[in-house]
Design a protein around this ligand. Structure first.
Ligand code: GLU
Length: 466
């Protein structure tokens, strides 16, 4: 990918800026910034009567916590620089959000749509073998998850291949996250990144000081939103935001956009997109794409790839707030331009952390061998039922039927996962908010988040005596 060096430089420049603010020792800053190792593998798979050679990567950025964590991307644009930039972002993300992981990332240079499912399975199993052989997939050392171009099927193949290679490993299911429920996954993982983006925006709106600074109404119903990318993250973010009353006025995809100033019907668009793999033919379709990034709106959510908002187009952006649902969509140069223009950015390593947060829940579930809610669901129902009966007895009135089920129902796995995710997103925002407003030298949310993340990694290394 031509832009991958720009992406890596961008992440590193943002790091340097924050390390300077922390007055971090140069040797320690260099230790944290540079990836510990990047493994590249070329492997052959015999398909369609000939050998096809594939190139894959797994970068371990920081091992201050183990296992290291981060997705595996299937993309023709994958490269070593890209994977290293993404792995660094995973270190900062896990650190900021207080997840007990170091950072890692993997990628395979492949167009996943160019292969049949059986072929993709064989390629994935072979890649898994190559990584597992070097402990680059391992429940206590390196735990991949989904990313662009990979899904729960790919994660299920990885888990199965790992178990085949390690039949006596009792924790083998915890070697990868993002698996389907029937293969050890957790409810709510698929929607997690998009839902996290929704919680992030809600958190920001709950702080009057920040709304005032950004000139945003504190009400979700007043938000006019533009989303770039309608993959897993873009779709779920659009869904939860619009269900809560926000208006998604434009969604930009590869072959055009859909525009509706009164709010796009997300579920209809999703049905259309799943069936046709294009927006063409949907109400409000237009071939215009790039120009919409600079259309007036309250919130712009880039939810596709890196480097989308760069030095060329940053000056034209008219959104009041950018929420980075993708990894690295705003380059460091663009970031400075936006800052001068007074446009705020909620950084990727906070805004899109919902995915790895719920991956953490899945990993813990796999290690505990027990689904969330098993121990408390019935007990809660019994207690709540008694409470409802007591209230009815005391007031001599019957409890409103529409509320009764809600009050009595015990917590299921999805309830607990969503609640845990909301809690984590709330904690993360509050930390960024506090740091941002307590230090005059910190001019944006990204630097505030980065300063928190780097400080924790630096402390971990200091205690390790490195
Ligand atoms: N790919 C996701 C990310 O960039 C999550 C990866 C994971 O769950 O490990 O944060």
């Amino acid at each position: 990918m031509t832009n991958s060096i720009e992406f890596l430089n961008s992440v590193n420049q943002m790091f340097d800026k924050s390390a300077k603010l922390l007055s971090l020792r140069k040797d320690l800053a260099t230790k944290i910034k540079l990836a510990n190792s990047t493994y590249t593998v070329n492997f052959g798979v015999k398909l369609r009567n000939k050998f096809h050679t594939f190139t894959g990567f797994r970068c371990v950025h920081s091992e201050h916590n183990e296992p290291v964590k981060g997705g595996i991307r299937y993309s023709l644009g994958a490269s070593q620089n890209e994977v290293e930039a993404l792995a660094a972002l995973m270190s900062y993300k896990c650190s900021l959000m207080d997840l007990p992981f170091g950072g890692s990332k993997g990628a395979l240079i492949i167009d996943p749509n160019a292969w049949k499912q059986e072929e993709l399975e064989r390629i994935t199993r072979r890649f898994t073998y190559e990584l597992a052989k070097r402990d680059l997939i391992h429940p206590s050392q390196n735990v991949p998850g989904p990313d662009m171009g990979t899904d729960e099927n790919v994660m299920a193949w990885i888990a199965d291949e790992y178990r085949r290679l390690n039949p006596t490993e009792i924790d083998s299911l915890a070697c990868v996250t993002g698996k389907p429920i029937s293969k050890g996954g957790v409810h709510g993982r698929t929607e997690a990144t998009g839902r996290g983006v929704y919680y992030a925006i809600n958190e920001l709106l709950s702080y009057p000081k920040d709304c005032k600074k950004i000139k945003l109404s504190p009400h979700i119903e007043d938000q006019k939103i533009i989303i770039q990318g309608f993959g897993n993250v873009g779709y779920y973010a659009a869904k939860f935001l619009s269900e809560d009353g926000a208006k998604i006025i434009t969604i930009i995809e590869k072959d055009g956009s859909v525009v509706n100033e009164t709010g796009i019907d997300i579920e209809s668009l999703k049905k259309h997109f799943d069936k046709k793999r294009t927006f063409v033919g949907f109400d409000g379709f237009t071939t215009t794409r790039k120009r919409f990034l600079s259309k007036e709106c309250d919130i712009l959510i880039p939810a596709a790839v890196e480097n989308v908002i760069n030095k060329k187009n940053a000056k034209n952006i008219k959104a009041k707030l950018i929420v980075e649902a993708a990894n690295g969509p705003v380059t460091s140069e663009a970031n400075s331009i936006l800052q001068k223009k007074g446009i705020s950015v909620l950084p990727d390593f906070y805004a899109n952390s919902g995915g790895v947060i719920v991956s953490y829940f899945e990993w813990v579930k796999n290690l505990s061998k027990m689904r969330y809610g098993l121990m408390q669901e019935r007990e809660e129902e019994k207690r709540q039922s008694s409470l409802v009966s007591a209230l009815e007895l005391m007031t001599d009135k019957s409890f409103p039927n529409d509320l009764k089920d809600k009050v009595i129902k015990g917590s299921t796995e999805i309830d607990l996962v969503r609640s845990g995710l909301e809690e984590k997103m709330s904690e993360g925002y509050s930390n960024i908010h506090e740091k941002f407003h307590s230090n005059k030298k910190i001019k944006d949310f990204r630097t505030a988040g980065m300063v928190i993340a780097i400080k924790k990694i630096a402390d971990a290394y200091s205690y390790l005596g490195i």
